[in-house]
Write a protein that binds this ligand. Structure first.
Ligand SMILES: [Zn+2]
Ligand SMILES: [Zn+2]
Length: 182
């Protein structure tokens, strides 16, 4: 995801380049295909990168715990600042923003780190392999997307509720015992 922008840095403010990207990028230890179109615009300070990139990363479903490929759309908008003057080669002061992306001394603009950061932000907090994922059975742990399990429906069979009362009573006694031993 590297582009040499030395020519564009010599152009006047507002000059535009469009790039079609299609590249494998290493994100968090795995290689993912990143594709899309971005537009580079010359600004008074550097180059503004804007566009939407598409990729997929492997994540764990928060309900059924299976691995699946989660498609992500990255709406990139970042200004890149050159660290050296393209004409004189003199070092340039960086803006005072706490974090900023830079164009290196060879006038190469590298999108990889920005893509990595956008991916981490785009991954949902609770990913779902599909909207209607039925998840795992809370009793036996079976993946209910594959087929129903043989567990009785919860809260309907009185024998199970009696048993669970017994279990919690035993738990209580065990805990009390621990308290007394202290
Ligand atoms: Zn799932
Ligand atoms: Zn079950």
């Amino acid at each position: 995801m590297q582009m040499n922008v030395s020519q564009q840095l010599k152009e006047s403010i507002g000059s535009i380049r469009n790039y079609e990207l299609s590249e494998i990028v290493n994100i968090a230890g795995t290689s993912s295909m990143v594709q899309g179109e971005i537009r580079l615009t010359r600004t008074d300070r550097g180059i503004l990168v804007k566009g939407t990139l598409h990729t997929e990363v492997e994540v764990t479903c928060s309900r059924c715990l299976s691995l699946f490929n989660c498609p992500l759309a990255l709406n990139i908008e970042e200004e890149y600042f050159p660290i050296t003057d393209v004409v004189s080669g003199a070092p340039l002061p960086l803006p005072e923003e706490p974090v900023c992306f830079t164009i290196d001394e060879h006038h190469v603009l590298d999108l990889t780190e920005a893509i990595r950061q956008y991916v981490l932000l785009a991954i949902p907090m609770k990913p779902l392999c599909r909207e209607d994922c039925t998840g795992l059975c809370t009793s036996c742990g079976h993946n209910l997307n594959q087929e129903p399990c043989n567990c009785p429906p919860q809260g309907t069979d009185p024998r199970w509720s009696e048993l669970s009362k017994l279990v919690s009573a035993v738990d209580l006694r065990v805990n009390e015992g621990k308290e007394q031993n202290k």
